[in-house]
Ligand binder design. Structure first.
Ligand code: SF4
Length: 456
C-alpha cells in the first residue's frame, strides 16, 4: 500500500501593496490550497511564512522590509521552517536583496509566483534555488486559475492586463512589472460571471494602464469592446473601471460609460499635472488643453459622472507658477475624487537624472496646500448630499452599526457611508444622508432596496 503523503505544511501569508498585488496573493493562496497546503490565520500556527511585497515608492519598500524582518526573527529562532519573499521587491532588487536578507530561503519574482507550491516543496526539501526571479512579462492569471479571495466576497478586483509600455518619467513600475500584456476578453467575462454568480456585488477592473487593453491580442479588441461585453452580465453587480490613461479615452469608450447597465459612471483618470511644461518633463504625452477638453467631453456625455484623478506635486523643475496652474486646474475641473502624491526619486526612472529637484519643504508645502484645496472642495460636495436618498453597498456590520459605500465611492480610496442600522455585507440598501463626518457620510436606512440574497 503506497505511503500516505505527509500532510502539507501550513502557511502564514502577508500581502502588501496595491490591489494588483492583492490579486497575485489571492492566486498564490488559491494554488497553495489546491496543492494541499493549509493557510494559517496566525503566524504562530504556521510552519512557513510568505510575504508578498511592494516596492512602488520608498514608504512601500520600508513597509515590506519591516514585514520581512518581523518574520525573519521567527525563522532565525527556528519557529518557522521557511520564509519566502515574493512580488515587486525581489523582482526589482533581486540578488541585492538576498545579500541584505540572508534569513530568507527563497525570493520569487512577479513571473514565477504561479509556481509557488513547487518552489515551497523544493525549499522545504532543502533544495531551494534561493532566487526564482526571471525578466520578462509578469504572470497573468485567468478565469480557471484558483484564487482565494483575501478581501470581502461581495467586493473584489479583476485584473485586465499586466505590465506597462508607457514611459512616465517618475514611474519605475514598467521596470519590474514588465511589458504590457492583456487577458483574453472571454477569460475576463468568465471570471466576472463566476464572481457575480458567487454573490460578488462589486467588481473593480484594474491594470497599470487599462486603456491599452487588447492592443496585443488577436483582432485588437479595445477596452470599449471588453466593457460592452461584461456590461451584459445578468447579476446586479457594480462594475467599476480604474486607471484610464488620458490620451487613450476614446469617444467610443465614453459612449460605453454613458449607455452602460452595470458599468458605473465612475471614471478614474490619473492626470498627474496641468502645467504643459511639467507634463512634458513627466513624459506623459498629453497637454493640459487635451485634459481639459476630455473632462468637458466626459461631463457632457456621462449622466451622474463621478470623476476621479491623481496628481503629483514637487516634480523636478516644478515652479510656483506651475503649481498654481495645477491648483487652478483642480478648482476648475471640480473633480469628485482627487488623490495627490509628492514626487520622490526612483531608481530606474528618467526623472532621477533631472536637475532642479524641488526641496522637501517646498514639495511638502505644495502638497499641503493642494490637499487643503481638495478637502475644501470635497466638504462642499459632501454637504450638498445631506437630505438626499442614495443606494449604498454594505461592506461591514457591527451590531446595529454598518458601513457601506455609494456607487461613487471606490473601495479603500473614496471615503464611506456610516449607517445607524444593521445590514449584511453585500446587501444594497436605500438610505437618506443625514450628515458629514470628516471625509465620510452618515445615513439612516430608508428600506432594503431589493430582494437581493444576503451573503452568508
Ligand atoms: S501608465 Fe505611467 S504611471 Fe502608470 S504604470 Fe505605466 S508608466 Fe507607470
Amino acid at each position: 500500500m503506497s505511503a500516505k503523503p505527509s500532510p502539507k505544511k501550513s502557511i502564514y501569508f502577508r500581502s502588501l501593496g496595491c490591489p494588483k498585488n492583492q490579486l497575485d496573493s489571492e492566486v498564490m493562496l488559491g494554488k497553495l490550497a489546491l496543492d494541499g497546503f493549509s493557510i494559517a490565520e496566525e503566524i504562530e500556527d504556521a510552519q512557513v511564512a510568505i510575504v508578498n511585497t511592494c516596492s512602488f515608492i520608498e514608504s512601500a519598500r520600508e513597509e515590506s522590509i519591516e514585514a520581512i524582518l518581523e518574520v525573519a526573527d521567527l525563522r532565525e529562532a527556528g519557529a518557522l521552517e521557511a520564509l519566502v519573499v515574493t512580488g515587486c521587491l525581489p523582482q526589482r532588487y533581486g540578488r541585492d536583496l538576498a545579500k541584505e536578507l540572508p534569513e530568507v530561503d527563497a525570493f520569487v519574482g512577479t513571473n514565477q509566483f504561479q509556481k509557488i507550491s513547487s518552489i515551497l516543496d523544493e525549499t522545504l526539501a532543502g533544495q531551494s534555488r534561493g532566487s526564482y526571479i526571471e525578466g520578462g512579462p509578469s504572470y497573468l492569471y485567468d478565469a480557471d486559475t484558483p484564487r482565494m479571495l483575501i478581501g470581502p466576497q461581495h467586493s473584489t478586483y479583476v485584473k485586465l492586463s499586466e505590465g506597462c509600455d508607457r514611459v512616465c518619467a517618475f514611474c519605475a513600475i514598467p521596470s519590474f512589472r514588465g511589458p504590457f500584456h492583456s487577458r483574453a476578453p472571454e477569460s475576463i467575462l468568465q471570471e466576472v460571471k463566476q464572481l457575480a454568480a458567487a454573490g460578488t456585488r462589486e467588481i473593480n477592473f484594474i491594470a497599470q494602464d487599462s486603456t491599452a487593453y487588447g492592443k496585443d491580442l488577436p483582432g485588437r479588441p479595445k477596452l470599449a469592446d471588453l466593457l460592452r461585453l461584461v456590461d451584459e452580465v445578468e447579476e446586479p453587480v457594480w462594475l467599476r473601471q480604474l486607471y484610464l490613461y488620458p490620451t487613450a479615452v476614446s469617444d467610443e469608450l465614453i459612449d460605453v460609460f454613458a449607455g452602460a447597465k452595470r458599468l458605473l459612471p465612475y471614471v478614474d483618470i490619473p492626470m498627474q499635472h496641468a502645467s504643459d511644461r511639467v507634463l512634458k518633463a513627466m513624459k506623459r504625452g498629453v497637454t493640459s488643453a487635451h485634459q481639459r477638453k476630455l473632462i468637458r467631453r466626459l461631463r457632457e456625455a456621462i449622466p451622474g459622472l463621478t470623476l476621479r484623478t491623481t496628481v503629483i506635486v514637487g516634480f523636478p523643475g516644478e515652479t510656483e507658477e506651475d503649481f498654481q496652474e495645477l491648483c487652478e486646474f483642480v478648482r476648475e475641473s471640480d473633480f469628485d475624487r482627487l488623490g495627490a502624491f509628492r514626487y520622490s526619486d526612483e531608481e530606474g526612472t528618467t526623472a532621477l537624472g533631472l536637475a532642479d529637484k524641488v526641496e522637501r519643504e517646498v514639495s511638502l508645502d505644495r502638497f499641503q496646500r493642494l490637499m487643503s484645496l481638495q478637502q475644501e472642495m470635497m466638504q462642499e460636495k459632501l454637504q450638498k448630499l445631506i437630505g438626499s436618498e442614495q443606494e449604498i453597498l454594505i461592506d461591514q456590520n457591527q451590531g446595529n452599526r454598518s458601513q457601506g459605500r455609494m456607487a461613487s465611492q471606490a473601495p479603500e480610496i473614496d471615503g464611506l457611508v456610516k449607517l445607524r442600522a444593521a445590514a449584511a455585507p453585500g446587501q444594497r440598501i436605500q438610505v437618506r444622508i443625514t450628515g458629514v463626518d470628516d471625509v465620510d457620510l452618515e445615513a439612516e436606512p430608508l428600506r432594503p432596496s431589493s430582494a437581493l440574497p444576503v451573503l452568508q
